[in-house]
Design a binder for this molecule. Sequence first.
Ligand code: SF4
Length: 352
Amino acid sequence: MAFLQKLYSWYDDFGRTLPWRGIDDPYRIWLSEIILQQTRIEQGRDYYLRFVEAFPTVTDLAAASEEQVLRLWQGLGYYSRARNLHAAAQYMATECGGVFPSSYEGILKLKGVGRYTAAAIASFAFRLPHPVIDGNVYRFVSRLYGIATPIATDAAYKEFESLLQKQIDRQRPDRFNAALMDFGSLQCKPQPDCMTCPFADECVALRSGRVDVLPVKSPKAKPKDRWFYYFDLRWREDGAEKTLMEQRDGKDIWRGLYQFPLMETDKELTDKQLQEASARYAQEKFQFSIFNFQFSPPFLHQLTHRTIHARFVRAELASAPAVFPEKDRCFTVEGIKKIPVSRLIDRYLQTL
Ligand code: SF4
């Protein structure tokens, strides 16, 4: 049986039903693809439905504030995706008359859209013959043809793209890509059941005993350690409990999200060092002498390139600090629930 027949026969039996499958609305397909970058389908599905409900069209998304978008994104991580999503929606609303670009090159111009995402949108929404190449597709194709080129390199992308260009179903590239992605994800898994695979008789990796070693991955850089000490200062004012928060800026992680005033150090502090450093920090930043700090247990937060070691320094104040930096803002405890914060801050808030 030919490649396509085998693939489609498997897809008819085992393909996934997803809210963004079988539609040709480029806006919704784009939303789903951006959400699913670095996110599992099970987790991404809820976020997709929430975004579609809150912002039914690209113009609605463009009209929202970045804070609203980040708030809806909260918990998904990789917040640059949300910022790019918002910027791209504004670009489409202002530069493209609210119309989604319909060529591969036009889609590729959108902020946050790389070759993989552009191929997915072009094929699913416009039936353009561009193969999608994600981690699942790399796994399946590298095993099937015994390709040992390290994936996630430009050379590998070009090699796999050229190979799949010869296989792609030019009438239904959308169906071809969906089947390929599902096959890599559900059948040719990291630990696959090769006995039930329709490609078992031609799979090079299976015949040569290399299923466990393909695809070849490039070595990963070790994540960098960072130590964050957040100051959760509380006081009562007008009958409500209040605290200070600042919005992260610069080029660092979590830009645009809110956090408690942060002291970052280049190594872990002992409790005694933390006590002294906290008193100094409060004095310098708020011109406030505080000695009754309480320290949370350590929170470990793993990001792709960073390992964050965080502790929260809590202090009850008699009144608001008389002096605090311009960018700090007072929030009630209820108000914090309405602003975007990182998953790390959210985890801490949940413990209170
Ligand atoms: S035989 Fe096994 S390794 Fe080869 S394509 Fe099928 S599931 Fe993947």
